[in-house]
Design a protein around this ligand. Sequence first.
Ligand code: IMP
Length: 429
Amino acid sequence: MPLQIIVGAQWGDEGKGRIVDWFAAQADVVARYNGGDNAGHSVTVGTQLFKLHLVPSGIIHSRPVAVLGNGMVINPESLLKEMDMLQALGVEISPRRIRLSHAAHLITPAHRALDAALEARRGKGNIGTTGRGIGPAYTDKAARTNLRIADLLAPDFAGRLASHIAAANNTLQSLDAPALEIQPVLDQFAEYVRRLTPFIADTSAETCEVLARGGYVLAEGAQGTLLDLDHGTYPFVTSSATIAAGVFSGLGIGITAARDAVVTGVCKSFQTRVGSGPFPTEVFDDLALRLRGTGANPWDEYGTTTGRARRVGWLDGVLLRYATRINGFTELVITKMDILSGFETLKLCVAYTKDGQTTPDLPFGPTELEGYEPVYETFPGWSEDVSNLRNWDDLPLAARDYLAAISRLAGVPVRLVSVGPEREQIVPR
Ligand code: IMP
């Protein structure tokens, strides 16, 4: 299996980090291809909980090289903090283990300040961003004015950074937000240049070389399909290509690698969303609390990056079928099956209605979700605790029936299910 792409099938937070961790032990390369520290990937190993935002989750295994691809936007402060945290937890952090694309884009304090100021300006109609400067950094990228990782190596980097902050200050002032002082930013970045220089590489060339010799590259998507800039619930999306196709431009690998790629869609057994935007199967009150958890456990439905309570609902099979088509999933992983234990009945959205008409698909994909009502199929639940199960055949019949219905709706097989946050709490098919 030369290339495997792990993609979130929903609005992010599907549990991709721990699924990457499951596969990564065999990988030669684990690579992030989109987004930045808006992502939050959690992996629990024994008593240790690793919360990662930028470094690919597969770093926790000793074998793979971790690549931060050119499609990413990277805040050097967050990256260095994360590298220090990993090192303190005993993970080797060296240029042998981490490769940083020269063509990835930088997130600066100006981008973060702009993210906050733009959200404040949007007021009630805000996107609910993570506040990490993601949108402003990708905006500068598209405007061809942004600084890239390779610029850290330029002799005149300080001057370019000062111009970038000065330009952002003009925009901040027009948004009635305070301007940034330039010198402290220059001082911070001088340190980042010193520490990050050894990690900068042509990661496209290196990853292609691994593929050419038959190596196993595991691409780790951040966020989810429905947050994709082009194919998600626009404008309530992130600013990058989250879908499987983003791998090719976001890592700089040729499309021919897709020929025998495995595309793994990771999908929660129910639906969650952080931030604003439509959510047809959303539930509230006691039912929501049951699905979300109280926040007492690290795996309850509260954002890894922002700590915000996630909105929760029943699994939306219409959107899952859409995600399967857009990504070309070859298989599914269903996470958090343990959370559904104890429900008398479960609901699965299999179609929508609007104005008395039922439709199995949406006319314009997920962009026009407003006004559609979900049509549910109801399934019997199960009372057994499934968190200690490791064999497919031991899963309660009702759980297997529910999984079979998901698989039928999506038209692809379920390969694994997760039944708890621990590394070993996986049931393979
Ligand atoms: P941004 O990526 O910070 O610009 O936020 C845009 C939208 O994507 C907001 O609704 C965020 O809550 C959402 N978002 C961004 N990253 C993640 C993630 O890793 N998981 C879930 N939602 C995310």
